[in-house]
Write a protein that binds this ligand. Structure first.
Ligand code: SF4
Length: 640
């Protein structure tokens, strides 16, 4: 067994209440790495196409990688992989915090869960053992109440709990899972899948030390990062001081801060909801994930006009934009309250904000009225309505029951033209980065197997004309030698997107934090390779690690193809082909013909046929011929 892994994967069948331990060989670990790629392996191998995401047959995988547990900045993440109830496609959602390292210390690399319990349960994983325990007493509780009860019951305040709240129990299709109350595996409904299985939480604790091949090298690279990142990395200085909320003002000044359901990219109230304003008013502290000197997490507290509990952290850029400017809300405390409620009830802040903004635009256009909203004046800018909607969605109360289904299904239910206000890709709500402004986003949303996901590749901003040596140095090892205009989607941009996607996919497979690694952040690609070598003892290379990322994307695509997704699903919402209404980028839009050309070119680059199906040759090259056989068995290779 390589260093860095425990060599043990926990298998849990909730229907049979059975637990087993699997011990894969080194070939498995080196081929699939961990995180999203490891999870995709189980979904492709053990799930049939067409499974209802809420059925017992859906598999949900919690996975770390070789890096978790090493005391290095950016090594705190873990992934949850499952079939999404929001999209019906494969889902990979990542969270930092403490769960990933603690899972490693508990003696396991991943947990693979299937089946459905006939009563509420939680899983207790500790020091090489696991047990299924009754959760009847914490069903219906918030994440905070559930975590407190579990820690008290097991007598250890340092237990790390991955919990769902009422939103997951109520099968809100974008319910999330949180660890330590504030680190969310946010997107695509992992919380709802846990809820469908009657699984309230996974509690982990362990005392096993991570075995590394060359501990000294790992510690020395980590020390170099912590000593220097503030001196040399402009983006990390901002992250340390303001967290991701540092992006609110620059995004607005550049005309790309989503405002009033993406009608425009300029919000007149941006100053009021900025990171700087947060620092001057409600910020209590910055906080770190396990062993991370960046400390980009926010903790906020307020008493008026809402009481905000600091235990639930503070809003990140995405939360501020989606529940703030995108809903026309310029009250920072209201956004902090909505963030607290999302973490308490277990709701994805991005989809929640997108859904509320959609409902507000429907209301302003008379598609829904006060009769539908229970008397609530659901106009853009109404902060009380925004906060109230979060509660109603989590509890599926009134119109919240429809909005809990996501914008795609809600628009179908509302009818009367609501579809044009439903901004989603493959059913996933568009996050707070505008594809009309950034070319990588225009490619990323349609081409990401999961839907509109903004972390599938680094964005364009740092790699435009006038780029600094810091950023140029980080991407030259990839053969990216020239900056490109921000919004272009020509052949050079498609190439760069393809390379950046493989880098991000590698980070997701190795459960590494994007806020610590190249292309934009401090760790270089060379250091990435050195760290994996020093931990595992493998004589690995950038080539091999990037193949991990490419393998993940190919497996995700193959999963979706097997489910019946086609190239028609690779597209943007209509609004993105219409010009922004106001602001510095007024009139800017994505060109449909150019996007079609770019998507076709990407298919060729990725080794997919004209129908968007990964070819047998590409899958064989990635050592995934068994996946090609699976697609063949399901008739997915036709003349194309
Ligand atoms: S960079 Fe931020 S999100 Fe990433 S591990 Fe460090 S503190 Fe957590």
């Amino acid at each position: 067994m390589p260093f860095g892994y425990n060599g043990k994967i926990l298998r849990v069948d909730l229907s049979k209440k059975e637990i087993e331990v699997e011990e894969p060989d080194e070939y498995f670990y080196r081929t699939y790495g961990g995180g999203a790629c490891l999870g995709a392996y189980y979904l492709l191998r053990e799930m049939f196409p067409g499974v209802d995401p809420f059925s017992p047959d859906n598999i949900i995988v919690f996975a770390g990688s070789c890096v978790n547990g090493a005391p290095v900045p950016g090594f705190a993440r873990s992934a949850i992989v499952f079939k999404s109830p929001l999209t019906g496609a494969i889902a990979d959602t990542q969270a930092a915090g403490y769960f990933g390292p603690e899972l490693k210390f508990s003696g396991f690399d991943a947990i693979v869960i299937k089946g459905k319990s006939d009563r509420p349960l939680y899983l207790w994983v500790h020091d090489g053992e696991a047990e299924i325990r009754d959760a009847s007493h914490i069903w219906g509780k918030t994440t905070g109440e559930a975590q407190d009860a579990i820690r008290k019951e097991l007598g250890d305040e340092r237990i790390i709990c991955a919990c769902i709240g009422q939103a997951g129990e109520n099968l809100v299709r974008y319910a999330c899972v949180v660890n330590n109350l504030k680190h969310a595996w946010g997107r695509l409904g992992a919380g709802a899948v846990m809820g469908s299985k009657n699984l309230k939480a996974i509690a982990v604790r362990g005392h096993k030390k991570l075995e590394m091949k060359d501990r000294e090298t790992v510690l020395s690279i980590a020390k170099h990062f912590s000593t220097n990142f503030m001196k040399e990395s402009p983006d990390n200085i901002g992250l340390h001081n303001l967290g991701t909320s540092q992006y609110v003002i620059p995004q607005n000044e550049d005309g790309q801060l989503p405002t009033r359901n993406f009608q425009t990219g300029y919000f007149e109230g941006a100053e009021n909801i900025s990171g700087e304003r947060m620092k001057d008013t409600v910020l209590v502290n910055g906080e770190a994930c396990y062993a991370c000197s960046v400390r980009c997490k926010r903790v906020v507290k307020a008493d008026s006009p809402y009481k905000v509990d600091p235990a639930y952290g503070g809003p990140e850029y995405q939360t501020i934009a989606m529940l703030g400017s995108d809903c026309g809300v310029d009250d920072l405390v209201a956004i902090c309250k909505a963030n607290e409620l999302c973490n308490k009830y277990g709701l994805d802040t991005i989809s929640t904000g997108g859904v509320i903004a959609f409902a507000m635009e429907c209301f302003e256009n008379g598609i829904i009225t006060k009769e539908d909203t229970g008397g609530i004046d659901l106009r853009f800018g109404n902060k009380e309505a925004m906060v109230k909607m979060v509660e109603m969605i989590a509890r599926r109360e009134g119109i919240g029951n429809i909005l809990a289904e996501g914008v795609k299904r809600a628009a179908e239910k509302f009818g009367r033209g609501a579809e044009k206000f439903a901004l989603h890709v493959k059913g996933e709500e568009v996050p707070a980065h505008d594809p009309r402004a950034k070319g990588h986003l225009a490619l990323m949303y349609p081409l990401c197997p999961m839907g509109a996901d903004h972390v599938q590749a680094e964005h364009d901003g740092a790699f435009t004309p006038g780029w600094t040596p810091f950023f140029a140095q980080r991407v030259k090892p990839l053969g990216i030698l020239e900056p490109l205009e921000l919004s272009s989607i020509d052949h050079k941009k498609v190439r760069r997107f393809f390379y950046f996607q493989n880098v991000s996919s590698t980070l997701d497979t190795l459960t590494l934090c994007v806020f610590a690694f190249a292309p934009v952040r401090y760790f270089t690609l060379r250091e990435l390779v050195e760290l994996v070598r020093a931990i595992t003892g493998w004589e690995t290379s950038l080539w091999e690690l990037l193949k991990l990322g490419e393998r993940r994307v190919a497996m995700f695509r193959a999963f979706n193809v097997r489910e019946g997704f086609t190239k028609e699903d690779d597209w943007l919402p209509e609004r993105m082909f219409e010009g922004l209404l106001t602001g510095p980028r007024k009139g800017q839009k994505v060109d449909k013909d150019k996007l079609r050309e770019a998507i076709d070119l990407y298919y060729e680059m990725a080794g997919w046929n004209k129908d968007g199906v990964p070819t047998k040759g590409k899958l064989a090259e990635l050592d995934l011929f068994w996946v090609a056989e699976e697609l063949e068995r399901h008739g997915r290779y036709r003349e194309g």
